[in-house]
Ligand binder design. Structure first.
Ligand SMILES: *Cc1c(COP(=O)(O)O)cnc(C)c1O
Length: 460
C-alpha cells in the first residue's frame, strides 16, 4: 500500500474496552416508533454506534481516573477546587473561576447576572440552552453571524465569524445600553462546528469595548477552535494550542464552559470572569442553583478529572487526533458525494437533510426523519439540528425555519476507532442511493422548552 501523505495515529492506546450490542432492523424499527421518532428517546442499549452527542460521552484517561481517587469531598474549601482554579487560570487566563454542574448551569447564572429584562443579546448563531437561558432572563437573542454560516457547502475557513457590519447596525439601532453583551461561541455548534478566527475575535472585542459592551465567550469548544486557528490562520502555524487558546480568551470579559466537551469528562461546567462586581453577583447566586462556589454542583473527584482533562486537552497532538478523526469520517462521506456541511467541523459531521431528502418540505421534519431512518438502517444514532431544534418564535408562535436542516453525527472523544466510522459511512452511502423512498413526519407531542429533547412524531 502506498501513502499519498504521512499517516497520523492517536497519541494513546486502549486499556479498558466496553462491548457493543448489535440488533436487528425489525427491533430498531419498533424501538424508534416507540420513541416517537426522536433519537433522544431511544434506550442507549438499543444503539450500536452512538453519535448522538459528544457531550459527556468522552473516554477518560488513566491519569484522570487516578486523580478521581484523590478528590477532596470537603463541602467548602475543597483542595480539588483550588487545583481546578489553578489549572483554569493557567490555560484560560480569567481571574475568577467557578465550577457548575454543567454548561447550562453556568449559562443560567451568567444570564441572570448580566441581562436586564428587555435587553438584547447578540451572538454568532444561537445555541439551544444558551438562548433559552437568555430568554428566561428577559433577553432577546439577535444572530449576527456572517451569511456564509448558513451556506452548507461554502468553503470559507471561518464560517463561525461575527458579521461586524450586522453587529454595528444592531448597536446603532438598539443603542449600546440596550445590549446586555455579545456571546461568541467557537466553533459554532449549530453551524456545523465552524470556527471563529483570531482576527475576528480581536475585532469583535475592540468594537464591543469601544461601545462599553461586554464580550462573553462560550468557551465550551475553544480548544477545537484553537486547532483550526493553528491550521488555517496566517501567523499561528508555529504557536501552541495553549498559547492560541489563551490569546483568544484574552479578548473576552467572561466565559461559560460545558466541561463535558473539551475537558474529557462526563459531567461538569465552568463560569469564569475578570470583573469582581460580576463575580460577586455570580457568587451570591451560585448557592441558590448549584452549591458553594468551591464545588458548584460537582463532587471533588469531578473537579480533579476536569483539571486533568484540561491539561490533556491543550496538548497539540491530543486535539489534532480528535479533529482529524472527525475529518476522516467526513471525508469518507464527502468523497462519496453525500451532502454534508463543509468545511468539516471540529466535533462532528453534519448531513444536509435538505439536500439528502430533497423531496420532503421542511415542515415534514426531514432531518428528524433522516436521523430516525439512519438508526433503523444501521443502529447508528445521530440527532436533528434543524426546524425541531430551532423551536418557535416566542412572539408569533410560528416555527423558526432555519436555513440549515441538519443531522448531526457527533464524534465522542477517544471512544470509537476509524473502523466504526467506516461502518457508519457504509450505511449512509447505501441510504443515500435509496433516499427517495423516505416519507416525512408529523409532530404529535411538543414540550414547551427545548422541544427537540422530548418531542414525539409519527410517520405521514
Ligand atoms: C453542550 C453545549 C452547551 C451546554 O452545556 P451542557 O453541559 O450540555 O449544559 C453550551 N454551549 C455549547 C457550544 C455546547 O456545545
Amino acid at each position: 500500500m502506498a501513502f499519498d501523505k504521512k499517516p497520523w495515529a492517536e497519541p494513546y492506546r486502549i486499556k479498558v474496552v466496553e462491548p457493543l450490542k448489535t440488533t436487528t432492523r425489525e427491533h430498531r424499527l419498533a424501538a424508534i416508533r416507540n420513541a416517537g421518532w426522536n433519537t433522544f428517546l431511544l434506550h442507549a442499549d438499543d444503539v450500536y454506534i452512538d453519535l448522538l452527542t459528544d457531550s459527556g460521552t468522552n473516554a477518560m484517561s488513566d491519569g484522570q481516573w487516578s486523580r478521581m481517587m484523590v478528590g477532596d469531598e470537603a463541602y467548602a474549601g475543597s483542595r480539588s477546587f483550588y487545583r481546578l482554579e489553578e489549572v483554569c487560570r493557567k490555560y484560560y487566563g480569567y481571574r475568577y473561576i467557578m465550577p457548575t454542574h454543567q454548561g447550562r448551569g453556568a449559562e443560567n447564572l451568567l444570564s441572570k447576572c448580566m441581562i436586564r429584562p428587555g435587553q438584547y443579546v447578540a451572538g454568532n448563531m444561537y445555541f439551544t440552552t444558551t438562548r433559552q437561558h437568555q430568554e428566561l432572563a428577559g433577553g432577546t437573542f439577535v444572530d449576527v453571524i456572517i451569511d456564509e454560516a448558513n451556506n452548507s457547502f461554502s468553503d470559507y475557513p471561518f464560517k463561525g465569524n461575527i458579521d461586524l457590519g450586522k453587529y454595528e447596525r444592531l448597536i446603532h439601532e438598539k443603542g449600546a445600553e440596550n445590549i446586555a453583551y455579545i456571546t461568541v461561541g467557537a466553533p459554532v455548534n449549530m453551524a456545523g462546528g465552524q470556527p471563529v478566527s483570531m482576527e475576528n475575535m480581536r475585532a469583535v472585542s475592540e468594537l464591543s469595548h469601544r461601545h462599553g459592551i461586554k464580550v462573553v465567550l462560550d468557551a465550551t469548544r475553544n480548544i477545537e477552535n484553537a486547532y483550526f486557528i493553528q491550521q488555517r490562520e496566517a501567523g499561528y502555524a508555529d504557536k501552541s494550542i495553549e498559547e492560541i487558546n489563551r490569546e483568544f480568551c484574552s479578548y473576552s470579559d467572561a466565559a461559560t464552559v460545558s466541561a463535558k466537551k473539551d475537558l474529557y469528562v462526563n459531567i461538569g461546567g465552568l463560569v469564569m470572569c475578570n470583573d469582581s462586581e460580576l463575580y460577586d453577583k455570580l457568587r451570591s447566586l451560585v448557592v441558590v442553583y448549584e452549591g458553594m462556589p468551591t464545588y458548584g454542583g460537582l463532587a471533588g473527584r469531578d473537579m480533579e478529572a476536569m483539571a486533568e482533562g484540561l491539561i490533556e486537552a491543550v496538548q497539540d497532538d491530543m486535539i489534532a487526533s480528535r479533529v482529524r478523526q472527525v475529518e476522516y469520517f467526513g471525508n469518507l462521506l464527502h468523497e462519496a458525494g453525500i451532502p454534508i456541511v463543509t468545511p468539516i467541523g471540529g466535533h462532528g459531521v453534519f448531513l444536509d437533510a435538505k439536500r439528502f431528502y430533497d423531496h420532503l418540505p421542511q415542515n415534514e421534519f426531514p432531518a428528524q426523519k433522516l436521523a430516525g431512518d439512519l438508526y433503523v438502517e444501521s443502529g447508528v444514532r445521530g440527532m436533528e439540528r434543524g426546524i425541531v431544534s430551532a423551536g418557535r418564535n416566542k412572539q408569533t408562535g410560528d416555527h423558526y425555519y432555519p436555513e440549515l436542516e441538519l443531522v448531526r453525527l457527533t464524534v465522542p472523544r477517544r471512544v470509537y476507532t476509524q473502523a466504526h466510522f467506516d461502518v457508519a459511512a457504509y450505511y449512509i452511502i447505501e441510504m443515500y442511493n435509496n433516499r427517495h423512498n423516505a416519507h416525512g413526519l408529523r409532530m404529535v407531542y411538543e414540550p414547551e422548552f427545548l422541544r427537540f429533547f422530548q418531542a414525539r412524531f409519527e410517520e405521514i
